[in-house]
Design a protein around this ligand. Structure first.
Ligand code: ZN
Length: 156
């Protein structure tokens, strides 16, 4: 299977059967992320235990296929990780999406999220791909527990 059809297949699968779509009643952190340029609007929820491990995660909201699939893949990557590791992966993903990672082996730990690498050639879609990751970063760095914060991603 070539890279393009693998990308399409993974994207499709996460849209049809998202693993993490839903509302969590007892989340430790909830933050809304919006990408006005595309109309993507997500609510990301994480449960973080006292050791700083992300034990559960979910998202809901609406948006394009890339934004929705990307946040679902992100949750696959970060559930079970510490918040520090999640932030490191987020930095790696962001570098990848901006075309700054030339060594593909560095992307292995992103698992399926690495299939979005070629978004770096589609500048209009970059904000869609990073929406979930940036919302997660903002949430972990600010420790917001209410859904009032509004992530803005217009500076890329
Ligand atoms: Zn989008």
């Amino acid at each position: 299977m070539d890279v393009k059809s693998l990308y399409a297949e993974i994207l499709n699968e996460h849209n049809l059967n998202p693993s993490h779509k839903g509302v969590m009643q007892d989340a430790s952190l909830t933050l809304r992320g919006v990408n006005p340029s595309c109309g993507d609007n997500i609510y990301l929820q994480l449960k973080v235990d006292e050791k700083g491990v992300i034990t559960e995660g979910s998202f809901n909201g609406s948006g394009c296929a890339i934004s929705q699939a990307s946040v679902d893949m992100m949750l696959d990557d970060i559930i079970g990780k510490t918040t520090e590791e999640a932030l490191r992966l987020s930095a790696l993903f962001t570098d990848m999406i901006h075309g700054k990672v030339s060594d593909d082996s560095a992307l292995e730990e992103l698992d399926e999220a690495a299939s979005l690498k070629n978004i770096s050639f589609m500048p209009a879609r970059v904000k869609c791909a990073v929406l979930g990751w940036h919302t997660m970063e903002e949430m972990l760095k600010n420790g917001k527990s209410e859904g009032q914060g509004q992530a803005s991603h217009c500076n890329i």
